[in-house]
Design a protein around this ligand. Structure first.
Ligand SMILES: [Zn+2]
Length: 258
């Protein structure tokens, strides 16, 4: 039975660790020590490393991990990751036979120019693209690309478990409430996730159904979100807009300043 365990790194990163009784694979090990400690403590044999994008807080631990475990390293082609041994892109499959796991690779550019996600077994590992109740900053792509990438993820089944790279949920809910003050699903989510954090537990994984109900970046066609985006832009002297990608760009800009 495959389990997904959060191993904490830095202040708020998660190294998602896929494991059974004997084997493990790690996703986005930005730091080596927490991952190596977990593997040693649980007596697990590492069989693969998966990376979603090139930022150091996601790949910085890989070189050190490889000194202890010689395993394939999957990650996006067209991004500068020195430790990569299996460059993959949209349409490729990643098989981890020791864990009986198989993932489809999805191209989701925007946060970085060739960011990828791994989707399989009802789980989605999406790095810094889709967050719980939020999304990553648009560093290397365009807002249009990021909006298209999030729409691609939103088309997966509602029950999909969303394993993103950071514990940002409560802060994200604060912003979401500013965008959609009348969305009661946000109040319920805030209550649930606050209790989890108070108990020292991750708010993740969430489900895509939760995200579609509460995440403003997936709700850019909702009248309340469009209205808030226009209010935000109005305050900054721009005209009204309706196009989902433009609404996305406006609330992403708002979040950066929030
Ligand atoms: Zn990143």
């Amino acid at each position: 039975m495959l389990q997904v365990v959060p191993v904490k790194a830095f202040k708020d990163n998660y190294i998602w660790t896929l494991r059974d009784a004997r084997h493990a694979a790690v996703v986005d090990p930005g730091e080596a020590a927490p991952a190596l400690d977990y593997l040693a403590r649980e007596n697990l044999k590492l069989v693969a490393v998966l990376a979603t994008h090139h930022h150091p807080d996601h790949v910085g631990g890989i070189a050190e991990i490889l000194r202890h475990h010689r395993v394939p390293v999957y990650g996006p082609k067209h991004e500068p990751i020195e430790t990569l041994t299996r460059a993959v892109g949209g349409g490729d499959k990643v098989e981890i036979p020791e864990l009986g796991a198989e993932f489809d690779v999805l191209d989701i550019p925007g946060h970085t120019r060739a960011h990828i996600a791994y989707y399989g077994g009802g789980a989605l590992f999406c790095g810094d693209t889709l967050f719980a109740c939020g999304c990553g900053r648009v560093f290397e792509g365009t807002p249009e690309q990021m909006h298209a990438s999030l729409s691609k993820l939103a088309s997966l089944p509602d029950e999909t478990l969303v394993y993103c790279g950071h514990e940002y949920t409560l802060a994200n809910i604060g912003f979401a409430k500013a965008v959609e003050p009348g969305n009661t699903a946000l109040d319920k989510r805030e209550e649930r996730d606050r209790k989890l954090r108070e108990a020292g537990k991750p708010t993740l994984p969430s489900t895509l159904g939760d995200e579609k109900a509460t995440n403003p970046f997936l709700r850019v066609a909702q009248p309340a979100v469009i209205e808030s985006a226009n209010k935000y832009l109005g305050a900054r002297g721009k005209g009204p807009l309706m196009h989902p990608a433009a609404v996305f760009a406006a609330i992403r800009d708002w979040k950066n300043k929030f």
